[in-house]
Structure formats: C-alpha cells, structure tokens
Design a protein around this ligand. Sequence first.
Ligand SMILES: N[C@@H](CCC(=O)N[C@@H](CS)C(=O)NCC(=O)O)C(=O)O
Length: 211
Amino acid sequence: MKLYDFKVAPNPQRVNMFLAEKGVQIPTVEINTRERAQFSDSFKAVNPASQVPVLELDDGTCIAETMAICRYLEELHPEPVLFGSEAKEKALIEMWSRRAEFMGYLAAADMLRNSSPAFEDRGLPGVPGGVPQIAELVERGRNAMGRFFAHFDERLGAVRFVAGDSFSVADITTFVTIRFAARVEVEPPAACANLARWFGEVEARPSAAAV
Ligand SMILES: N[C@@H](CCC(=O)N[C@@H](CS)C(=O)NCC(=O)O)C(=O)O
C-alpha cells in the first residue's frame, strides 16, 4: 500500500493527521502539485482527476477522495475509532464532517484559489488551465468563513469535540480547515472563545504535527 501525498496540501494533511491518530505509517510518494506533478501521465494513470491524496492498494486499486481513504483506513485499523461506534454517533460525525467541508473547507479553498497568483487560470483543483479566477468568490468565501466560525463556536460551547464527547474525523477536517484559512489570513474572530478552546486542545495532540 502507498499514499500519493503532498505534505503541505490540506486534503493530504487530513489523511496524514488521521494516520497519526491511528499510529499507522504508510509509504508515501510525494506529488508536488505546485510543480504540476498531478498532471503527469504517470499520475493521471493513478488518478485521472489529477488530485491528491490517493491510496494505492497492493492489488493496484487506487482510492481517491480524502474521506474514502479515511474510511478504508478505519476498516483496517478500527482503533481508535474516528468515524463513531454506534448509529447516533456515526450520524453526528458524518453531519459535522460535511458541515466542516461544505461551510468551511470549500469556502477557504475558494478564497485561496481565486486570489493566489499561483492559481491564476486554475480556479479549480485538478484542471491544468482555462479556469479563470473569480474575484467575487473571495468575498463570498470570506462571508462563508464568518458563518462557519460562528456556527462551530456555538457548537463547541456545548460539546468538547466537534461531533460530541470524542475526538473524530470531524475534528480533523475542522482543524485542517482553520489552518488552511489562515493561509489567506482568515482567522476565527477573538470572540469565538469556544472555538479557541477547542483549537488549542486539538493543536496539542501529536497528530496535529501532520498539518
Ligand atoms: N475531493 C478531493 C479533493 C482533493 C484536492 O482538491 N486535492 C488538492 C490538494 S489539497 C489537489 O490535488 N489539487 C491539485 C491542483 O491544484 O490541481 C478530496 O477530498 O480528496
């Protein structure tokens, strides 16, 4: 098994933090997307979508999509449980993971991809060109991030971790999203004390070194 990785990119970081929580190490192949390695013919044979991460199994099967990879790893290494143990817990983890992705991660990605000169003409991941940046998406992303911070701050006023009492994959996506947003200088407002309390706790976990 090997992981096509790029240590500084946020989706691979989610897998790396997940692996660190599990205490599992997998050989990696670094695909430097800043140098456009995702568009090479050899990598397109691994993932025609030209995106990392990808987990290649020993039988040659290639699993792309961060959450699909994490779910597969959870099956192989069930402890510690990161996708929940019973119906309600599993549903809440799914719910908060999706909110972290849709409310936060995608907004942060919109901001970066539509503002950084590195992504000029590459407004979408996995597309080598012809996707112009849209300035309005930066402002829309900033607004969405504000709602994401407020929503998660309120939630974390009621529970220790994003999905409840236990650390889960929803915390990983939320943590990576907040670190990712900081790259475009978007930080949680000082008033989000619950989010700050939670962030400090997650940042202190050894697995946070993967992000
Ligand atoms: N939906 C995919 C998204 C993967 C993705 O966007 N990966 C980025 C790195 S974080 C990438 O490969 N970008 C390639 C590019 O910028 O062309 C997932 O969840 O894994």
